[in-house]
Design a protein. Structure first.
Length: 156
């Protein structure tokens, strides 16, 4: 009847290739769960995040009438940047990066810019700069080390 089938050798080779492709797909999928670790002072950067010490306070800026956030680095670790999360009364939020580093023992003032969110609270997150094992600089937001500012005494 003229029907042809694959030889056992060809089907075995195809099965091996299929198995290798499936294994590669699984390996690539699993690699997505493991990020490249960021180091600071030759230790995981999370350890440095726990050691960051800073204070925030709300001051009324002279001349502008707008409140300012004063941030002081009272620890011994340089803070690379800050993420300010403006939170509104209806749960909406907006993030801003300051783009300024803060050395140990120094402070800075930042004018509050509320934008489109009716701001009732500001969360301040420090950002550290670390390096990977391949010497690439990477930023790490220290989410567990934030400070809150309640804005009930100022109109923005």
């Amino acid at each position: 009847m003229g029907k042809k089938a694959l030889s056992p050798t060809t089907s075995s080779i195809l099965l091996i290739i299929l198995t290798i492709v499936i294994i590669l797909i699984i390996i690539l999928w699993l690699m997505g769960f493991f990020s490249e670790s960021i180091l600071k002072f030759n230790a995981p950067i999370d350890k440095s995040c726990n050691q960051v010490r800073f204070e925030v306070s709300l001051i009324n800026a002279e001349g502008t009438g707008y409140p300012e956030v004063q941030i002081s680095n009272i620890g011994s670790i340089q803070i690379f940047d800050f993420n300010l999360k403006y939170i509104g009364s209806k749960g909406k939020s907006q993030n801003t990066y300051l783009g300024r580093q803060l050395d140990p023992g120094t402070s800075m003032s930042v004018e509050i810019i509320a934008g489109t969110v009716e701001t009732t609270k500001i969360q301040v997150y420090p950002i550290l700069l670390g390096s990977t094992k391949t010497n690439k600089n990477k930023q790490k937001i220290c989410f567990d080390n934030s400070k809150d500012i309640i804005l009930n005494q100022f109109e923005i």
